[in-house]
Design a protein around this ligand. Sequence first.
Ligand SMILES: Cc1cc2nc3c(=O)[nH]c(=O)nc-3n(C[C@H](O)[C@H](O)[C@H](O)COP(=O)(O)OP(=O)(O)OC[C@H]3O[C@@H](n4cnc5c(N)ncnc54)[C@H](O)[C@@H]3O)c2cc1C
Length: 476
Amino acid sequence: MAPDQTSIHWFRQDLRTADNPALMSAASSGRVIPVYISEDLTPDEFKIGSASKVWLHHSLDSLNNTLDGHLRCFRGNPETILEKLCKKYHVKHITWNRAYDPWRIEQDTKLKAKLHSYGIKVQSFNGNLLWEPWETLKADGSPYRVFTPFYKNGCLNANAPRTPLSPPEICFHDQKVEPNNLDNLGLLDNKSWEDDLKSEWSVGEDEASAKLKQFLSEGINSYKDGRNFPAQQSVSGLSPHLHWGEISINTVWHATKEQLKQRPELSENANHFLSELGWREFSYSLLYHFPSLPTKNLNPRFEKFPWVKDQVGLRAWKSGRTGVPIVDAGMRQLWKTGYMHNRLRMIVGSFLVKNLRIHWHHGQAWFWDTLFDADLANNSAGWQWIAGCGADAAPYFRIFNPVTQGLKFDPDGSFIRQYVPELEKVPVKYIFDPWNAPQDVLATSGVVLGENYPHPIVDLKVSREKALEAFATLKA
Ligand SMILES: Cc1cc2nc3c(=O)[nH]c(=O)nc-3n(C[C@H](O)[C@H](O)[C@H](O)COP(=O)(O)OP(=O)(O)OC[C@H]3O[C@@H](n4cnc5c(N)ncnc54)[C@H](O)[C@@H]3O)c2cc1C
C-alpha cells in the first residue's frame, strides 16, 4: 500500500494506541482516520449495559485526547457509515482488531466481503487475546472443555504471545473533530453510574498502565492467597481496562513475565496471576467454539432443571437485602462501585442459583447491566461455571455456604462492615449470621432484624437440601 494513502482504523474493544496491531498497520500505511461506531445491530439482551456505557464514554474521551482530538464517533450501522466515509475520503484500506462475540464475527465476515467487493482492503488483527481460539486446540483438533489441559497444553506449550508494540506515530487525515462529537453517542444517560465511576475509577490508557505498574509492585506480592480476600488490595483491578482494551493482554502478560525475571521470588504469585489471564483466554475460547455460551447451558442436562420464578428473591438479591451479610456486601459493592471481587462473584452467584434456585440468566443479566467490566465471554463462562452447567464447572453439589465463606475470607468482617453499615457494631462472632445472635447482642449493636436489616430470605440449610434434590432430578 502506498504510504500516502488514507486508512480508516475502526476502534472497537481496543481503546488504546500502544500494542494495537491494527492501528499500527493503518498508521504505517499513510494517513489515518480513527473511527468509533456505536452500533445498533447487537441483539437486545446483549446491548451495552448502563454501567458499561458510562465507562465507554470516558474511555473514548480519553482516547480522543490521546489522538489529539481526531477520533470520529458515529452511531448506527457500521456498513453504511464505513461505506460513506470510504467514498467521501477515497479510502481503500480499513483496519480493525478482531472481536469474538458471535454476532460480531458474523457481521465482520459479511462486512469484510462487502467492502472487498467495493475494492477496499480490510485487514483484521489479533489485538485482544494472547492466542487465537483456533490455535489452542487439543491434538485431535477439538476445543478444550477443561481449563487445566487448556492452559498447560494449549497456552503454556504454545508459542510465546506477541511482544507488545509501541504506540505508532500517526499522521491524521484532516482536522480535529467537533468537541461534542462524542456526546452524540448519548452514552451518558445514567447519572448515578457517572458519579460512581468518578469516585471509584480512573479511566483510559494511561490509567490502565499506571494500575498495572502499581499491581506489579504491590498486589502481586501476595496475589496467590490474597486474591481470595475481598478486603485486601491483592487483585489488579484491571478487568474493565482489559475489557475495553485500554491495555492489551499481551502487555499485561509480558510485564508480569519481566517482573518475574527480575524478582524470581515472585514465582508462585506471578504464575498464579498468569493463570488467571489464562482463564480469560479459556472463556474466549469457549465463546468462540460454543457460541451459544451466553444463552444456553453447555451441559444440556440442565435444560430440565426446575428453576424457581421468584421476583421477590431476585429483587432482594439485586438490592443487597437478602439478610445474608456477605451476599449483601458483595451485591452492594457491585451497585456502589460497578465492580465485584471475584470471591464475592462466586458467593453471590452460588446463593442466587443454588439457595434461591433462580436461573443463572437473571444473574448474568444483572451483572451485564451493572459491571464496568461486563464482558460477554467472562460473564457467561463465569455464570455457567457457578451454576454447574458449564465447561469444567463447579459441580452442582458444591454449594458455597455464605457463612463459612465469610468466616474464611472476611475473617474480621471488615468487608461486610464497609458495605453493610447497619451491621457495623455487630461483634465479629455474629456478623456472618446475625440471625443466630442473642437479642441483647443485636440490641446493643443497634440491629433490629426485619426492621433495619432483613431476616434471611431463605434458610441456608433447607435451601441447600432443596437444591440438591432438584439436582438429583437431572440424573433420573
Ligand atoms: C459469575 C461471574 C461473573 C463474572 N463476570 C465477569 C465479567 O463480566 N467480566 C470480567 O472481566 N470478569 C468476570 N468474571 C471473572 C472475574 O471475577 C473477574 O475477571 C475479576 O474479578 C476481575 O478483577 P481483577 O481484574 O482485579 O482480577 P485479577 O485477579 O487481578 O485478574 C486479572 C485478570 O484476569 C482475568 N480473570 C481473572 N479471573 C478470571 C476468571 N475467573 N474468568 C475469566 N477471567 C478472569 C480478568 O481479565 C482479570 O482482569 C466473572 C466471574 C464470575 C464467577
